[in-house]
Design a protein around this ligand. Sequence first.
Ligand code: ADP
Ligand code: MG
Length: 296
Amino acid sequence: MMKHLTPKTKEAALLNNEERIRYLLTPKWIQYPRAEKIIKKMEDLMSYPTIDRMPNLLIVGSTNNGKTALIRHFEKNNSAYIRKDDDKLVVPVLLIQAPPEPDERSFYNKILEKLNVPIISSEKPDSKQRRIIFFFKEMNIKLLIIDEIHHVLSGSGHKQRLFLNVLKYLSNELKVSIVCAGIHDAFNVIQSDAQLANRFDNKILDTWVDNEDFYQLLINFEAFLPLKEPSMLIENSLATKILYRSEGLIGEITTILTLSTKLAIEKGKEKITHQILDSIDYKSPQDRKKSFRRFS
Ligand SMILES: Nc1ncnc2c1ncn2[C@@H]1O[C@H](COP(=O)(O)OP(=O)(O)O)[C@@H](O)[C@H]1O
Ligand SMILES: [Mg+2]
């Protein structure tokens, strides 16, 4: 029974409707081939020997296509621990969000904040840098991940160059690999700097298309939807409909599958069908833009 579900999801499918929906709405990590490759790459960077020019990685993808979910998942799997031999705190991965504006001070503050050390508002950027370098060594940080890197690589050419230098400086001084995640704009800015372009490998989270990888994603997804019968998303041309409406974005795919499962549960159905898919209260990104234009 319910061989299409993970053991936990199987248990959840047997609960009452309210509890099933609560389980459904709890965020989960769904594995997919592209993510596995990027995770493998990040693991390689973490165990890279310390050299003068550490290799870095830029994860590029459209908004709502899984960048943040991926690096948060990686951070969670590499969480801080106390080392047995000397009782020292080891923080393998430090993940920060770039501040919304390309401002050096707030950028360093984000790092200090995540390091959980005092932030002194009058402190000069170079002093902040020195403290950051100290704590990175102290906590044995192996990887610095910066999400939303396009925030600090936007703005005037001057600001862009400033932050390209910040990245170079940190990468030289910390001697840890830096992983950045951002939209395509960030890729262009980094490519514009020959030195950085050389040291940044790129991994792209393409929007989803009708191929094996997409089917694999749907199969993996279905295993976490607490429905008692298999929907066979990939066999009943449901996949095509889901792909079309989602515009190939994993965030939209998640929304569509979540809404459909919720509706199925509420209607006393045990699988996702075309009828369910057609009845959910969902607007694709294009439709949302259109209705926004109509009212503005
Ligand atoms: N691997 C995954 N497993 C489950 N849900 C995911 C996964 N990747 C993305 N999502 C869903 O898609 C949404 C958007 O992804 P996110 O990582 O925030 O996109 P981005 O950072 O590229 O804008 C997330 O809030 C989550 O619901
Ligand atoms: Mg994000």
